[in-house]
Write a protein that binds this ligand. Structure first.
Ligand code: 8YV
Length: 317
């Protein structure tokens, strides 16, 4: 009999889904008309869970899965999983660490460039026919140069480092903040986030969200100032969204490039009216290459756990 797996989020790579189906009986909760009934019927036989980084899994759901042997997160953020509970149950919680670094860093750069150079706003200007109606050069305000900007990285993990390397290629000096200075990098450490914001033309948020809710607040945004840009490719709740919306509306910061939001798929509607904002739909890891590599890691973690081995990428065991 094939082991039963509960999948909380779709995986968009057909070859990964085919292999999952060949190896396991997969209950795709997001396809069930009555999720609660599905858990009541199959909960006792579920041995593995696959979930996304943003979705995670509630403790209440884990408690309904007594035979659970692994939570395989198809992502690197484990902030939506109760890791203490998993540890107490000796339950491996795995992630796809390292698989999405380059793509997330690429999207951070895309958001920075797009926001500073008004790429999306000007695209809308051309598509709407506005360029023909307003051909005079003054119809489009001058943009902001990216090359050479002072960039502040919030969270110098894998993604933060990959972003720093990329902006260095644009001639941007980099400073960073984190819980502590990293001895193996040459970038300057700034322990105070507000000071980092003051010293930066762009702040790029790459931090893990476990203990840093509301890190970017009105005071940090004011320190960044009216010429400053914010990019967030980490988690929405690292930023106080209401403070950010106010700062953007009042032009107390210059612009923002955002891939993540507190209440996805809902982005604050007030942002939709603002041309100094570039919005994405939590897409940073969404390439064929990365999602395939992530799916491979999920398959490997499931195989290890269900064979009674400690999964290589377990955080909790
Ligand atoms: C993924 C993420 O999009 O890795 C994470 O923590 O939030 C994202 O990169 C997501 O996990 C895909 O399911």
């Amino acid at each position: 009999m094939k082991p039963h797996i509960l999948q909380l989020n779709p995986i968009l790579v057909p070859s990964i889904n085919q292999r999952l189906d060949a190896l396991y009986t997969v209950h795709r909760l997001y396809e069930q008309p009555d999720a609660d009934a599905c858990i009541s019927v199959h909960g006792a036989s579920i041995r593995g869970v696959i979930t996304g980084g943003h979705t995670g899994i509630t403790r209440a759901l884990m408690e309904r899965l007594p035979a659970l042997e692994i939570v395989a997160v198809n992502g690197v953020g484990t902030d939506a999983v109760d890791l203490d509970y998993a540890r107490a149950r000796s339950l491996p919680v795995t992630g796809t660490f390292g698989a999405l670094t380059e793509d997330v860093a690429d999207l951070a750069i895309a958001l920075l460039l797009s926001t500073c150079r008004n790429v999306c706003a000007v695209d809308r200007f051309v598509r709407s026919g506005a360029w023909v109606r307003h051909p005079q050069p003054s119809a489009i305000p001058l943009a902001r140069r990216c090359s050479g900007m002072r960039v502040g990285i919030v969270g110098l993990g894998r993604v933060g480092r990959a972003v720093a390397t990329r902006v260095n290629a644009f001639g941007c000096p980099v400073r960073y903040t984190d819980l502590q200075a990293m001895p193996d990098v040459a970038w300057a450490y700034e322990p105070e986030l507000r000071q980092l914001a003051r010293d930066s033309d762009a702040l790029i948020v790459c931090a893990a969200a476990d203990k840093a809710e509301g890190l970017i607040d009105a005071a940090v945004l004011d320190a960044l100032g009216p010429q400053g840009f914010l990019v967030n490719v980490a988690r929405g709740r690292l930023v106080r969204e209401a403070d950010l919306v106010r700062a953007l509306r009042e032009r107390r910061i210059a612009g923002a490039g955002l891939d993540v939001f507190i209440d996805e798929p809902h982005a604050p509607p007030a942002l939709f009216e603002l041309d100094n904002v570039t919005l994405q739909a939590h897409r940073a890891s969404a390439t064929v290459e990365t999602r395939t590599a992530m799916g491979e890691m999920v398959l490997a973690s499931l195989a290890q756990a269900l064979a009674g081995e400690r999964p290589t990428h377990s955080l909790t065991t």
